[in-house]
Design a protein around this ligand. Structure first.
Ligand code: HEM
Length: 414
């Protein structure tokens, strides 16, 4: 018998065993804990809760594409864990931010891996959320009664983008500094709300220590709480309404498939593959560190390392603030889609207007991403130059804008 046949036979035997297994083996763990924590268990029926969670049934049409939301969730958890580890060594000030990142990648055990896991997960989570949104959109899973699930999802998408945008500045290198300067400059051009909003976000006439403190506070304090609340809401309403029925045919009759082992195993397999991909990507393609931020010197190029920076640079470069605003309006229109796309029709072919708008947005996003990658060798516009090297900048309300000893740090880029 060949090795392939042996593996296939072992696998089908294993799979049959899993499918026919009862939850008895798995429940041994909470039972054992219950024995240890008997008095607690009688008051908090852990065993019962565990049994209920494992016995939960899902409709038979739930398949691999329903794992996309779980992938976004897994990446989000990875971001939180790696982010907390980074926060142990990161110092959010103009003089210390850059050296503290250098210390993380070269002085802290596995610090480079934690940092690159964070950077890679920050990119992949955007793609995972977009893929999850697309699946929900195509399945018309946002239709009544699941409108609030969709709206909470949209807010989560903005939170994911806000995490990336605020985190982007934290390394305080030239690429981060000038990408944020450029983005805020474009945002300033957005009619009516742009300028006042940017004034609050930047906290100074130019990106400075005041901006860094604001971005750090939002990144590690404000956004995690908002994300936590939204995730709890998202999952609660999903559980309340159940997964949307299949697009074709009558809603399934009968009790459906068990969460354990079917869907749990599927989720674990996906989780293993995604984790392997992120770890390999982080180890193989680390995010390099540019020169330390220097507000008086434009860099030769802005190397972007986050997908939304590529997208926004391309929009700003090719369609300008008005095009940027139009694209955002399209996004907001789609975000509010459940308020008007409410009919019973769920086949995408018979919803031509939303199908066209959705395709336009997704195609625009992906095209802007690809176009933005080509702009990585393009320096920021010369009009953004604040002053001449060595010439004092206008007084900043934040801590000093330069990096003491920046020159001695230059050239140490990995
Ligand atoms: C961090 C971001 C997000 C996480 C972690 C997340 C997680 C999940 C999970 C685990 C599910 C159940 C399984 C599945 O359908 O994939 C789900 C369902 C759902 N999500 Fe999300 N999601 C996120 C963002 C979004 C976004 C951006 C939208 C849409 C704008 C959205 C809309 C929905 C809807 C409508 C459902 C119900 C699907 C159904 O009943 O078939 N979610 N989400």
């Amino acid at each position: 018998m060949g090795a392939r046949q042996a593996i296939r036979r072992w696998w089908s035997q294993f799979w049959d065993d899993v499918k026919s297994s009862t939850d008895a083996g798995l429940l041994a763990v909470p039972r054992f804990l219950g024995l240890l924590y008997g008095p607690i268990d009688t008051r908090l029926p852990i065993d019962q809760a565990f049994r209920k969670a494992l016995g939960h049934r899902l409709p038979p049409h739930v398949g691999w594409r329903h794992a996309l939301g779980g992938i976004a969730y897994l990446l989000f958890i990875l971001l939180v864990v790696s982010g907390v580890l980074l926060a142990v060594h990161y110092r959010p000030s103009v003089s210390e931010a850059y050296p503290s990142i250098q210390h993380i990648v070269s002085g802290v055990t596995f610090g480079w891996l934690v940092r690159d896991l964070h950077v890679w997960a920050a990119n992949l989570v955007v793609l995972a959320v977009l893929a999850h949104m697309t699946r929900v959109f195509v399945d018309a899973a946002h239709k009544p009664p699941r409108e609030t699930t969709w709206l909470a999802g949209i807010l989560l998408f903005f939170v994911v983008l806000a995490f990336g945008a605020t985190g982007y500045l934290l390394p305080w290198d030239q690429w981060a500094y000038w990408a944020v300067t450029e983005a805020l400059h474009v945002a300033e051009g957005v009619p009516v709300i742009g300028a006042p909003l940017v004034a609050v976000v930047r906290g100074d006439p130019f990106v400075s220590g005041a901006t860094l403190s604001r971005f750090f506070a939002v990144h590690v304090i404000v956004l995690p709480w908002i994300a936590f609340a939204l995730l709890v809401f998202h999952f609660t309403v999903i559980r309340r309404h159940g997964i949307a029925p299949p697009k074709r045919g009558a809603p399934p009759a009968g009790p459906g498939r068990r969460f354990f082992p079917n869907h749990l195993l599927r989720s674990l397999m996906v989780a293993a593959v995604v984790s392997a991909l992120v770890i390999s990507a982080a180890a193989l393609w680390p995010r390099p560190l540019g020169d330390p931020a220097d507000p008086t010197r434009l860099p030769a190029s802005v190397r972007s390392t986050w997908i939304a920076v590529d997208v926004s640079r391309a929009l700003a470069h090719y369609v300008g603030p008005w095009g940027f605003a139009a694209f955002s309006v399209l996004g907001v229109g789609l975000a509010l889609m459940p308020l008007f796309d409410r009919g019973p029709e769920r086949q995408l072919r018979r919803r031509p207007v939303v199908a066209a708008l959705g395709t336009l947005f997704l195609a625009g996003f992906l095209a802007a991403w690809l176009a933005g990658r080509q702009l990585r060798s393009v320096p920021p516009p010369a009009t953004l130059q604040h002053g001449q090297p060595g010439v004092a900048l206008p007084v900043s309300r934040g801590d000093s804008v330069g990096v003491p000893g920046a020159d001695s740090l230059r050239g140490t880029t990995p």
